[in-house]
Design a protein around this ligand. Structure first.
Ligand code: AMP
Length: 378
């Protein structure tokens, strides 16, 4: 077991968006230095990191320089090729490991690994051409969800196959070489558990969070979930089993469906903090980003006690359609916390920030957070 990486050391993060930014803020609060690496300039993470590397993920020289300058590397963006983690691993620690990344960036590998570990996933088939899609559709039935095997997120690279579309059209619309066809899950709701595990094997978790999406992008999260204690416990046990089965060191989010008959099925894994866990910054005694620092540094994990029922709403670039949002209106509402990510270009669907509120119930919290977001458009 390697020695703990103590405050004063330098942490590296691959990817430079809002997740890296909130990680860097947590790391700096704990007295660490932060270096960030991504192909972009003036990034949400770069704005708060000590050093920003702007270079391609294929630039081996820059990657090696970045890796040599830090005590451990973690991720906020997981779709990096295995060569990157292999190369970095020659110079420093990589947490979570390249193996965890490799599994979670490929839907077929992910679902196969989970199923082999005895974990519940929707029924699925591998599909590489129209004939295989036809066979898979006859086995799984319609509707079914066709997804690219790799590089899909926020609903990108996926297609709901209803009765009206032919296999040929569906296959040409997805335009990929390798896909997964999943049985359609008629879910009651979507939940997620964000877990953290250090190299000693200690485990901590937040959630389950209950998540509502809009246009395939997370819209509102509430915690506690309001689901039965049995379902909550089961989702936590599933997350714990994922961490053990994959030997995860770091933070990982397990996204799950709760079916109308009360069954839980894993949808996907994200080997990093997750949008649904953003409310932990305000609502819990420690947040998912501090936990990421502690876990990758081999430190004791923090308490994850929740202070009060909470809700989080995302602020997307769409809110800029009529001009700059009315921040002063939102900030005039008591008990509302605004987090902005330092992005200047507000495009539709782009995550620009989020709002959190703590109230006496999740119902009230959701109402307040939605009203606060509406106030931006007044
Ligand atoms: P994903 O990109 O896999 O996270 O999927 C994005 C969203 O599509 C999920 O949050 C669900 O709302 C929906 N979805 C994905 N897979 C399925 C499925 N097998 N059955 C029903 N809905 C799904």
């Amino acid at each position: 077991m390697s020695k703990p990486i103590l405050p004063g050391a330098t942490l590296g993060v691959l990817g430079s968006g809002q997740l890296g930014r909130m990680f860097a803020i947590a790391a700096r609060r704990l007295g660490y230095y932060v270096h960030v690496y991504s192909p972009d300039k003036d990034t949400p993470t770069g704005q708060v990191a000590d050093v920003e590397y702007t270079a391609a993920y294929t630039d081996h020289e820059q990657l090696a320089a970045f890796a040599r300058g830090v005590d451990v590397v973690t991720f906020e963006f997981e779709n990096v090729p295995s060569e990157v983690t292999d190369l970095i691993g020659k110079h420093t620690l990589v947490r979570p490991s390249g193996k965890v990344l490799n599994i979670s960036q490929h839907r077929l590998r992910e679902k196969t690994t989970l199923r082999q570990a005895g974990l519940p996933v929707p029924d699925f088939r591998r599909v590489t051409n129209v004939e295989e899609l036809e066979t898979a559709l006859s086995e799984l039935g319609r509707p079914a969800v066709l997804k690219t095997a790799s590089s899909g997120y926020d609903g990108k690279g996926q297609l709901l196959i209803r009765d009206s579309i032919s296999a040929t059209d569906a296959w040409s619309q997805l335009s990929t070489d390798e896909a997964i066809l999943e049985a359609f899950v008629d879910f009651e709701c979507e939940v997620s558990v964000v877990g953290a595990r250090n190299p000693q094997g200690d485990f901590a978790y937040y959630g389950p969070f209950r998540n509502a999406h809009w246009n395939h992008i997370l819209d509102v999260t509430v915690c506690p979930s309001g689901l039965s204690p049995q379902i909550e416990d089961e989702s936590i046990e599933i997350a714990r089993t994922v961490f053990d089965a994959l030997d995860v060191v770091g933070v990982l989010c397990v996204e799950m469906f709760v079916t109308r008959s009360g069954k839980i099925l894993i949808n996907e894994l994200a080997p990093r903090p997750h949008n649904s866990g953003h409310l932990t910054i305000d609502a819990h005694t420690s947040c998912q980003f501090e936990q990421q620092v502690r876990a990758i540094c081999g430190l004791p994990l923090a308490s994850t006690r929740q202070l009060r029922p909470a809700a989080m709403a995302n602020i997307l670039g769409d809110l800029w359609a009529g001009g700059v949002p009315r921040w002063e209106k939102l900030l005039a509402i008591p008990d509302v916390h605004l987090h902005l990510y330092g992005k200047s270009d507000a495009r539709n669907g782009r995550k620009m920030g989020h709002i959190t509120t703590l109230q006496d119930s999740i119902g009230l919290a959701e109402q307040v957070v939605r009203a606060a977001r509406n106030a931006l458009l007044e």
